[in-house]
Design a protein around this ligand. Structure first.
Ligand code: GAR
Length: 210
């Protein structure tokens, strides 16, 4: 099983979905570490309650020094022998240092059908734009925000009278299905050494969330 870490900033419901999926003996990834840039993130306690090592690396302790904060994250990942990193509601932009170090092995989930609505407030922007389909995307992380190769997407309808919260909830249910499936595909397709991003894309495996 591929040793996997999850980076969060808040509630961590996607993290929980990944942890739950990884309990399946046939799942090709194991969640070994949860890191948060915010010590108050609720997801840290949830992870600990599930028996997973969970630590805060508080970005505020590093001031404007993004490079040193990312070096601390990188060191924590490497000391835990992590092979795959999942960003799950991790709300800090990453510099090319961390992105480059984990190229092809770092996934993100974004609450829109990329390339529509990169960035923040995706549900409000979808309502504002009047789109009839909205959804979520799991993609490999590259140095351009919300723009790496797409691994999986799920679409939901936008219904008359939907509020931002209605839409967020409908999309989130799909996030919890699509993220474990995408992680399984990457974990199963990752070669033992010298990873190429394309290898992940070439192996859309049979594992599916139930
Ligand atoms: C999720 O909807 C995720 O897609 C989004 O934040 C939420 C985190 O919820 N991520 C982003 O907006 C990334 N820019 P969670 O903490 O319950 O998983």
């Amino acid at each position: 099983k591929r040793r996997t870490a999850i980076l969060i900033s808040g509630r961590g419901s996607n993290m929980e979905a990944l942890v739950a999926a990884a309990r399946d003996p046939g799942f090709p990834a194991e969640i070994c570490l949860v890191l948060s840039n915010r010590p108050e993130a609720g997801g840290l306690d949830t992870a600990r309650a599930a028996g997973i090592r969970a630590e805060a690396i508080d970005h505020r302790a590093y001031g404007r020094d993004r490079a040193t904060h990312e070096a601390a994250i990188d060191a924590a990942l490497r000391s835990a022998d992590i092979e795959i990193v999942c960003l799950a509601g991790y709300m800090r932009l990453l510099t090319p240092f961390l992105v480059g170090a984990w190229q092809g092995r770092m996934l993100n989930i974004h609450p829109s059908l990329l390339p529509c609505f990169p960035g923040l407030h995706t549900h409000a922007r979808a309502l504002e734009a009047g789109v009839k389909l909205h959804g979520c995307t799991v993609h490999l992380v590259t140095s351009e925000m919300d723009a790496g190769p797409i691994l999986a997407q799920a679409a939901v309808p936008v219904l008359a009278g939907d509020t931002e919260d209605d839409l967020a909830e409908r999309v989130l249910r799909q996030e919890h299905l699509v993220y474990p499936a995408a992680l399984a595909a990457v974990a199963a397709g990752l070669p033992a050494a010298a990873p190429e991003p394309a290898a992940a894309l070439a192996n859309p495996l049979g594992w599916r969330a139930r």
